[in-house]
Design a protein around this ligand. Sequence first.
Ligand code: SF4
Ligand code: SF4
Length: 297
Amino acid sequence: MTGVIFDLKRFAVHDGSGLRSTLFLKGCPLRCPWCQNPEGMARTPLLWHNPVTCLRCGTCLAACDRGALTLRDRIHVDRSRCDLCGRCVDACPAAAMDRTGRSIPAEEAAALLLRDRVFFGEGGGVTLSGGEVLSQWEFAREVLALCKKAGADTAIETCLLAPRSVLEALLPVVDHFMIDIKYLDAETHRAVLGADNGPILDNYRHLVKQGADVVVRTPLIPGFTATEENIRAIARFVHETDPDAKYELLNFNPLCRSKYSALEQNYPVQGGALKPAEMERFYEILAREGITNIIKE
Ligand code: SF4
Ligand code: SF4
């Protein structure tokens, strides 16, 4: 079984407990406008151009026999012409062109994740992230099963948008679930993210019933999810589902803007990370709704 991945992070400290190795799988059923990993949305590989390191030398234009590149204010990629052959990547003297995404067998993926096993210690392990892990669930299950067989702690970061059967298939090989609930209001969820949240909320209830170890997370995105009304509604639902729920609020990280520039896409989020006082205001809402296991960054 092979999967399509776009990154591997070693010695990660924000993808679960302890020191972890995190593998990023391509493909996602949601369309979050603020996505931190836009290169992970599509299942297929993508061509990146970095205008910061580009020398504007035009070498890539000469290398491309499909006429997919033009040099104006910067290099522009006509993705309808580009077949991802990689000739411009090989020709660029400044490494300003790159392809993101590659196929990899599950055994190789597990070996890469386990390479730093000696550093995992008591709390660490391996994490699968994305994109959306469940969109490549068979690959994910095989990788995680191999990691578990080798004695590693396993975790996934997921939006839980998948059929129940997929969740059932993964339950035996996942030690910890980090799940995103972005909106509780069904209409807003559909309008902003392009999918119903019914299956997500049902799957969360199911995980709780199964006694799975779950951390609920909400990214606080200015102009989108970071409203008192939204956080209050999610906190209320989470507490009603599991009075001992662990809940983490993820502060907005604007660093991903450069990725949108590399893909020639607009990034719709204005402003930067929330200030400590603003974070405190949201933590107070969680506490008022009865959440006692608040995980702070
Ligand atoms: S070859 Fe590389 S450095 Fe030169 S214009 Fe193309 S992307 Fe920029
Ligand atoms: S990957 Fe190939 S087709 Fe696409 S822009 Fe580069 S050289 Fe042209």
